[in-house]
Design a protein around this ligand. Structure first.
Ligand code: ZN
Length: 162
């Protein structure tokens, strides 16, 4: 299954930053906050989250207020959104990456989240799991899936009409 290229993600962040900050985009916030325990798959994740957060960590500096073992609380140095950046250890050196972002002084700009937030990249368990084929299929099919081009358009959209 195709995933966005590093150049795609760079261009997406160029777009976000040209519009102020990624924190202003509800679809970005919803994508990086996704916790798959909502579909009974707490050890699973989707590669989209790691891909977006790697760019977020690199390009959106946080003013750190509190550093805990697997969590940094702070605010965005660009827009002052409150950010809880976490990486739950799951297995050996594998982590479930997340960010909970509460908007700051810049009003929301990106399109609203309408319906279930779609996925693009692989959905996978962060730890070795024993699941039946049917259960694996249920988890992999839990969310609508978009091809990279459509997913990029979804997360970048400025209006819900897009
Ligand atoms: Zn921000």
């Amino acid at each position: 299954m195709d995933t966005p290229t590093p150049e795609d993600i760079r261009a997406l962040f160029d777009h976000y930053l040209a519009q102020g900050c990624p924190c202003r985009f509800p679809r970005f916030r919803a994508t990086v906050a996704r916790d798959m325990k909502e579909v009974g798959a707490s050890l699973w994740t989707v590669s989209d989250i790691g891909q977006l957060l790697a760019a977020f960590d690199e390009r959106v500096p946080l003013v750190v207020e509190k550093r805990e073992d697997f969590m940094t609380r702070g605010h965005c140095s660009i827009c002052s959104a409150r950010v809880i950046r976490s990486w739950a250890p799951v297995f050996r050196d594998s982590f479930l990456e997340r960010a909970e972002i509460s908007p700051g002084h810049l009003p929301d700009l990106g399109a609203e989240v309408l319906g279930v937030v779609p996925v693009c990249g692989p959905i996978f368990p962060a730890a070795p799991v024993n699941v039946t084929k049917a259960e694996r299929a249920r988890i992999e099919d839990a969310y609508p899936r978009l091809a990279p081009r459509d997913w990029l358009a979804y997360v970048a959209a400025l209006t819900s009409a897009a």
